[in-house]
Design a protein around this ligand. Structure first.
Ligand code: PEP
Length: 257
């Protein structure tokens, strides 16, 4: 079993001095046998790149343009992120889908742009509370995943990281239960198995109010390969404890069904 992946999403948080303290604390104590990344706001990529250089913590971004370059004022292209040695780029976070009107098709094109530039898209999918209450979890996830398949070939689908993030659990302090998480991750795994040869090696993350206290149980689920962490990634001790929980969960060596 490969190591788990823990990705911190700072969202629109950070300041030069605070970043220095946070990243230095992470670099000093990041556990081994777990893959860790932090996705920082664009203006801090250079600072984070410098502070993480030589450390096992990978750098990532939170968004990218679907276009390679051109007259797109305010946008940032994938090759620019690559220049800062970004390894991961979050695409389709629910905040961008809701606040910036990103469609499933846009998200798929952004994932393609990230892959084309040699980085790994962390594609976020997930249902709203209304959709869950209407019994639509499976159809929503399928729709979001199918949009990826209409742009990406099987090999590209196999190179994604998929983050299941129920919208109602993001930033609310209300994590999905272990049962709800495994059900959704199992649906994603099943979708991948129908299309991708290495489906069991594709990393599927859970995100939504993960804390150190809940990470161990969630990351030990059969189809959980780690987590996408928002608020808790801004507190060094909490984020490090989540990384340790992921490391410990990798060692439990659960076999997928
Ligand atoms: C996120 O921003 O992707 C996220 C999961 O946030 P939080 O952990 O704060 O719910």
């Amino acid at each position: 079993m490969s190591s788990k992946l823990v990705v911190g999403n700072w969202k629109m948080h950070g300041a030069a001095q605070a970043n220095q303290a946070l990243l230095s604390a992470l670099v000093a104590a990041v556990p081994d046998r777990v893959d860790v990344a932090v996705c920082v706001p664009y203006p801090y990529l250079a600072q984070a790149h410098g502070l993480l250089s030589g450390s096992p913590i990978a750098l990532g971004a939170q968004n990218v343009s679907e276009y390679a370059q051109g007259a797109y004022t305010g946008e940032v292209g994938a090759a620019m992120l690559r220049d800062f040695d970004c390894r991961y780029v979050i695409v389709g976070h629910s905040e961008r889908r809701t606040l910036c009107g990103e469609s499933d098709a846009t998200v798929a094109r952004k994932a393609a742009a990230v892959l084309h530039a040699g980085m790994v898209p962390v594609v976020c999918i997930g249902e709203t509370l209304a959709q869950r209450e209407a019994g639509q979890v499976e159809s929503v996830l399928n729709q979001q995943l199918d949009a990826l398949a209409s742009v990406l070939g099987a090999d590209q689908l196999g190179a994604l990281v998929v983050a299941y993030e129920p919208v109602w659990a993001i930033g609310t302090g209300r994590s999905a239960t272990a049962r709800q998480v495994q059900e959704a991750l199992g649906l994603v795994r099943g979708w991948l198995r129908e299309r991708v040869r290495n489906a069991d090696a594709v990393r599927i993350l859970y995100g939504g109010s993960v804390k150190a206290a809940t990470a161990g149980e969630l990351f030990s689920l059969p189809d959980a390969d780690g987590g996408l962490i928002g608020g808790a990634s801004l507190v060094a001790a909490e984020f490090l404890a989540i990384c340790e929980a992921a490391r410990d969960a990798s060692q439990s060596g659960l076999i997928r069904e």
